[in-house]
Design a protein around this ligand. Structure first.
Ligand code: PLP
Length: 451
């Protein structure tokens, strides 16, 4: 279709997510029409390197033949049926595959509940955790503990455990009970400690909160190792392990939201593996289908699952489900995606790229206006500040992050910042050559900032 008409209709009919539509209407939007490998083509024929994996979902590149074919072959059999009172083949095979994959990687969670996006995976985790205690006759538990700067999705339950003020503040009166502990955000430590001499003071704060509220606390919910949407906040080593120990000590559940960190992004299949931690519940989504279809999983251990087993009149059933639960097309795409992980040894091959990213970030850290660089595996963030010495940020309205990202587009690099943090999260299959180019363009655009 004609570009002018598409833009006219977009502006007339679409309300874009996380977007001030007043600004959108003044801007010229980009319409993507094709993808290949780590690149996206717009309607004018210009190609962009997809530096944020189409919002953190793409792992193996666009238009992967194996996934294209798995979808085509599934479409010739069955597009959708229901998991409410019935089964379908791809969802069964995928459930076994995910349970095995988690178990092999030290996260033995073998009961798989399907949904279709990260937020609902979190909602499900929260409802299961709450009912787990109810089903055992334990009363008075009505509160979650989460972290400041946390992001778990945009539905009301997920927002209740969110801690990004800009996104979450306005909804406060609508939310469920939760208590926020300080984020392990070493660059802007609330407790004024300096890493690595911090001795995990934020973990002590966490313990105080749990100890004081033990009777009320259902679970602690966190994004293990990297709080992505909060600004690529990378945790100090030992925090996750310490958190698991606290949950054991005070007998509360640990929910790991690996919607962003799962499927290889941190350099291991799951972030929890880095500290040999197994949560009680894990939430997975973004990378699961390589960005082909909406799909999410909430996986739980046997102990939790067993608390829901009983006679009908005991009312222990988990009354939750979605129209598209276990969608066969989505599950077929996920299966093909996981086969590529095995065939290409995607995670094992990341090391030189992680090293390259690390070295380039060291260069970027030297630049004016770069306050901090943070990295875990193939996830990185560059925090831009007005004053390196006192870590003062630029005023919000200056939209400094956006200025950098917009100039990168001129050089054929597609990014999306989080405030003044430049997010680097390319597909895991990116070549070293393209990764280097991505980082060179970012570097150049930061240097090009003129104030
Ligand atoms: C993106 C994200 C979510 C929400 O997933 P949606 O599919 O966008 O609803 C939840 N948790 C984390 C950690 C995320 O990064």
């Amino acid at each position: 279709m004609n570009k002018t008409i598409l833009i006219e209709w977009d502006k007339k009919y679409i309300w874009h997510p996380f977007t001030q539509m007043k600004n959108w209407l003044d801007d010229e939007p980009t319409i993507f029409i094709e993808g290949r490998d780590c690149f996206l083509k717009d309607i004018d024929g210009k190609w962009y390197l997809d530096g944020v994996s189409s919002l953190w979902v793409n792992i193996h590149g666009h238009r992967r033949q194996e996934i294209d074919e798995a979808l085509k072959s599934q479409i010739d059999k069955l597009a959708h049926s229901t998991l409410l009172g019935a089964c379908n083949e791809p969802s069964i095979v995928l459930a076994k595959k995910i349970a095995d994959l988690l178990t092999e990687n030290g996260v033995p969670l073998t009961k798989i509940f399907y949904s279709d996006n990260g937020s609902t995976a979190v909602e499900i985790a929260m409802k299961i955790a709450y009912q787990y205690w109810i089903n055992q006759g334990i009363k008075g538990k009505d509160t979650f503990v989460s972290l400041k700067e946390a992001y778990h999705g945009d539905t009301i339950g997920a927002v209740s455990v969110g801690g990004v003020e800009l996104f979450h503040e306005v909804y406060k009166p609508l939310l469920n009970k939760s208590i926020q502990a300080p984020a392990p955000y070493c660059y802007r430590c609330e407790l004024n400690h300096t890493y690595p001499a911090c001795e995990l003071g934020c973990l002590n704060e966490m313990e105080k909160i749990i100890a004081q509220n033990q009777e009320k606390v259902i679970a602690v919910i966190v994004e293990p190792l990297v709080q992505c949407a909060g600004g690529i906040i990378v945790w100090p080593e030992g925090y996750l392990k310490g958190l698991r120990e606290l949950c054991n000590k005070y007998n509360i559940l640990l929910i790991a939201d690996e919607v962003a960190t799962g499927f290889g992004r941190t350099g291991k299949m799951f972030a929890c593996e880095h500290e040999k931690v197994s949560p009680d519940i894990i939430c997975l989504s973004k990378g699961i289908t390589n960005g082909y279809m909406p799909l999410a999983i909430t996986a739980v251990n046997e102990k939790i699952f067993n608390a829901f087993i009983g006679e009908l009149e005991e009312k222990k059933t988990f009354y939750h489900g979605h129209s598209y639960t276990g969608n066969p097309l989505a599950c077929a795409a996920a299966l093909a995606n996981l086969e590529i992980f095995e065939k290409e040894k995607t995670v094992e091959k990341l090391l030189p790229k992680i090293e390259l990213l690390k070295n380039k970030l060291l260069e970027i850290a030297q630049l004016p206006y770069v306050g901090d660089v943070r990295q875990k595996g193939m996830i990185a963030g560059v925090e831009i500040v007005k004053d390196k010495k006192n870590k003062e940020s630029f005023p919000y309205f200056e939209q400094t992050g956006w200025k950098i990202v917009k100039s990168a587009r001129k050089y054929g690099v597609w990014l999306r910042p989080l405030g003044d943090v430049i997010v680097i999260m390319p597909p895991l299959v990116i070549s070293e050559e393209n990764l280097e180019r991505l980082l060179e363009v970012i570097k150049g655009c930061i240097i090009g900032l003129n104030y």
